[in-house]
Design a protein around this ligand. Structure first.
Ligand code: DOR
Ligand code: ZN
Length: 431
C-alpha cells in the first residue's frame, strides 16, 4: 500500500511531495511525475501536520456506550485530525486495573481509526483513597504511562505524594484534575464565581479552587522529583503558578510540570452561561475574557505546553436538564484544530509549526508515545493530518461522528478545516 501526497505545505513551508509506503515516509521532495502510488492526494494549498495527539479524551466504553464507544470516539478523533488519543479512566467500571486498560487498548486496535491509549486511574474507583494498580497497568500490553482521576481531583496531598513517587519509578506522569472540592464542590459548583454567578443564582466555582491544587502539586512534584501534568488549565492565576514552577523545574532539572488547555477555554467565556444552556456547562467552567487572554498568551509562549480537548460526550438525557442538573462536559475532537487555527493562527500567536508542537509533538512526549508526534521526515511513521488553512465553515452538530450532540461549536464559523487523516499511511478520514 503506497500513498503520494502532492504539493503539500509541510508545517506551512514551501510545497513538496511526500511518498509513503508500508506506513512509513520514504521520500520527501519534488518527486518525478512517474512515481505511481495506490492513492494519490492533490494537496495544493493544504498544510501537512504530524497526526494530532489528544492527551484528554473521554470515551464512554465500558458503561455508557450510548454516549460514545471507543470506535465512535476514534472515528471522531480521525475526523479531527487525530492519530492518537488518551482515553480517560472515568468509565464504568473505572480503568483502574491492568485488565480494564488492556480491554480499552484492544477496542482501539479493533477500530483501527486512531491509536487509543488508556489513561489509568490514580486511585481505585476514583475514590481518592487507595492507589490503583499503577505498576501493573504500566507493565500490561497497554503500557499505561499517564494516570488521572479526571472528573475528580486527587485532593489528599498524601495520596498525591505517593502516586508521584510511584510513577517516578517507570517514568509515568500524573495528570491532575485540579479542583479543591471544599472550595468548589463536585457536582454543584458549576459557574465561574463572580458577579455573573451571583446574578444567575448558580453555585460558584472560583479560580482559586484550581490554583491552590496546581500550586500544591508543583511543590509535591519538586519534593518527589517526579512529573505532574495540569489538565485543562483555566485561569490566569494557574498560568502565573506554572510560569514560576517551570522556571524552578528548569533550574533543578530533576522534576517537571507540564500543562494543557482546552479549545473551549481558549475561545468561550463565562457570559455564555447567561442563557442557562447546559451545552456550555463544563468542568472547570468557562472563565472571563481576562483568563482566556492569559491562556492564549501562555500557549503561545510555551508556559502551557499542549492543547487537549477534554472531549466529553454526554447522552441527550444527561444533558437536557435545567442547568444545575445537567452533566458537565462538551465535545471537542472534531473542531479542536479549527478552533486553534481560528484563535491562535489567525491572530499570529502560533504558526503551523507551533500548532504541530502543541497538538502533536509535545503531547506525544508528555504521554511517552512512540510513533506519534514525530517529525515529518524520511523513515518516520506516516501519521499525518492534512488541513485546508483557508476553508471557513459553519459547524453543524448533526454532522458529527460522535454519538453525542453536546457540541459547543454548533452554528459557529471557524477557519481551517481537516481534509484528511492518515494513520501509518492508511486514510482514516476523508473530509
Ligand atoms: O466537563 C467535564 N467533563 N470535566 C471533567 O473533568 C470530566 C468530564 C466528563 O467526564 O464528562
Ligand atoms: Zn477534568
Amino acid at each position: 500500500m503506497s500513498l503520494l501526497i502532492k504539493g503539500a505545505s509541510v508545517l506551512g513551508a514551501e510545497p513538496t511531495d511526500v511518498y509513503v509506503e508500508g506506513g512509513v515516509i520514504r521520500e520527501i521532495g519534488s518527486l518525478s511525475t512517474d512515481v505511481v502510488a495506490d492513492e494519490v492526494v492533490d494537496a495544493a494549498g493544504l498544510v501537512l501536520l504530524p497526526g494530532l495527539v489528544d492527551l484528554h479524551t473521554h470515551l464512554r466504553q465500558p458503561g455508557r456506550e450510548d454516549a460514545e464507544t471507543v470506535a465512535s470516539g476514534a472515528a471522531a478523533a480521525a475526523a479531527g485530525g487525530y492519530t492518537a488519543v488518551l482515553a480517560m479512566a472515568n468509565t464504568s467500571p473505572v480503568t483502574d486495573t491492568a485488565e480494564a486498560a488492556v480491554s480499552v487498548w484492544e477496542l482501539g486496535r479493533e477500530a483501527g481509526l486512531a491509536d487509543v491509549f488508556p489513561v489509568g486511574a490514580v486511585t481505585k474507583g476514583l475514590a481518592g483513597e487507595e492507589l490503583a494498580e499503577l505498576s501493573l497497568m504500566n507493565r500490561s500490553r497497554a503500557g499505561v504511562k499517564v494516570f488521572s482521576d479526571d472528573g475528580r481531583c486527587v485532593s489528599d496531598p498524601r495520596v498525591m505524594r505517593r502516586a508521584l513517587e510511584y510513577v517516578k519509578a517507570f517514568g509515568g506522569v500524573i495528570s491532575q484534575h485540579s479542583q479543591d472540592p471544599s472550595l468548589a464542590p463536585y457536582g454543584s459548583a458549576c459557574c465561574h464565581e463572580g458577579e455573573l454567578s451571583g446574578r444567575l443564582g448558580l453555585p460558584g466555582w472560583p479560580g482559586v479552587a484550581e490554583e491552590v491544587i496546581v500550586a500544591r502539586d508543583v511543590m509535591l512534584a519538586r519534593h518527589t522529583g517526579s512529573r505532574v501534568h495540569v489538565a485543562h488549565a483555566s485561569t490566569a492565576g494557574t498560568v502565573e503558578v506554572l510560569r514560576w514552577a517551570k522556571a524552578q523545574a528548569e533550574k533543578d532539572g530533576s522534576w517537571a510540570v507540564t500543562a494543557e488547555v482546552t479549545p473551549h477555554h481558549l475561545l468561550l467565556t463565562t457570559d455564555l452561561l447567561a442563557g442557562y444552556d447546559p451545552t456550555f456547562k463544563v468542568n472547570p467552567p468557562l472563565r472571563p475574557a481576562e483568563d482566556v487572554e492569559a491562556l492564549r498568551a501562555a500557549l503561545s509562549d510555551g508556559t502551557i505546553d499542549a492543547v487537549a480537548t477534554d472531549h466529553a460526550p454526554h447522552a441527550r438525557q444527561d444533558k437536557e436538564h435545567a442547568f444545575v442538573d445537567a452533566a458537565f462536559g462538551m465535545l471537542g475532537l472534531e473542531e479542536a484544530l479549527s478552533v486553534v487555527s481560528t484563535v491562535m493562527v489567525s491572530s499570529g500567536l502560533l504558526d503551523w509549526s507551533g500548532v504541530a508542537r502543541v497538538m502533536s509533538t509535545t503531547p506525544a512526549r508528555i504521554a511517552g508515545l512512540e510513533g506519534h508526534g514525530r517529525p515529518i521526515a524520511v523513515g518516520e511513521p506516516a501519521n499525518l493530518t492534512l488541513l485546508d488553512p483557508a476553508a471557513t465553515y459553519v459547524v453543524d452538530r448533526d454532522r458529527s461522528l460522535s454519538l453525542s450532540r453536546n457540541n459547543p461549536w454548533h452554528d459557529r464559523k471557524l477557519t481551517g478545516r481537516v481534509v484528511a487523516t492518515f494513520l501509518r499511511g492508511k486514510r482514516t478520514f476523508a473530509g
